[in-house]
Design a protein around this ligand. Sequence first.
Ligand code: 1CP
Length: 323
Amino acid sequence: MRQAGRYLPEYRKLREKYSMLGMVRNPELAAEVTMQPLRRFDLDAAIIFADILLPLPLIGVDFSFIEGVGPRIHNPLRDPRDAERLREGDPEEELRFVAEAITLVREKLDPDRALIGFAGAPFTLASYIIEGGHSRNYLETKAFMYSFPDRWNMLMEVLTRVTIRYLKMQVNAGAQAIQLFDSWVGALSPGDYKHYARPFTSRIFSSLTACSVPLIHFGTGTSGFLGEMRSAGGTVQSVDWRIPLGKAWEIIGFDSAIQGNMDPLAMMAPVEVLKRKVEEVLEQAGTRDGHIFNLGHGFLPQTPVENVEFVVDLVHELTSGSR
Ligand code: 1CP
């Protein structure tokens, strides 16, 4: 996740010429950025260069990326009456550039590397839409959710429908696995997760089952409700570093695949520490099938490129033959 981006000098070079959204909306450039990390590192999969916020304009919510700040929603949804006025655009039309980029990457990518498509899960998208950007405590989101449950359902409903269509489009264009990012869902209590978020995530996964591609269910801070997350669906559950991977796997069930869970900040550590961190994750996974080695969240821009190469090669070295 976030393989590309600001820690790679070749990405920063392109960004001197183009904006983030300018690159995403240009299929050739998006395909190029997707391929950049694959040229440097022996990664097993590529993730399409896009962003979870791209579908927001389809429901009538506009945003931009502010340099050095992050996403800004121009018209955050605060008045519950606005939930009735949301539109439902067609991803095949308005996000066609993502499908085109996916098809282009599939032509360039080595056939034994998989291409992952993705979208944001409804709770995480709703948090941006209501807060207007990134949030520390999700005050506005929770106030809205608790005070106006029917309008919350309307918002989540339209996000769910658009996301299903968007992800089906990505599979049809050539995505070989799908990752659903519920990055901020760990802000919820287990009970609130079940009530306010799970029904919608669950519909997305069940609607995609017929696509026959692996479905990766991503969250952070979810150690308190891993079982509930699994019950929402997905072939693979992604866990962060706040819980030992083996313990998380036991809760999720060894009949499910798991992804994770190195701390992205550990990528800054000296190589001896880095090596120990990688070994810890692999020891936790044991010799079972069904572990995807990954970070528990995205790369930070400050990540040293040579540390990424070291980790990718070490994981291959330590797992070759055994799994
Ligand atoms: O050049 C730049 O400044 C852009 C930085 C950047 C990049 C490279 C953003 C802005 N988005 C992306 C691409 C991106 N985003 C990918 C493509 C794959 C890749 O880079 O290899 C993916 C999978 C995402 C997903 C994404 N965007 C998530 C879910 C994953 C996660 O990290 O939790 C989230 C929450 C976003 C929102 C977003 N987009 C960009 C920023 C800086 C943020 C986070 C802001 C925040 O903290 O709320």
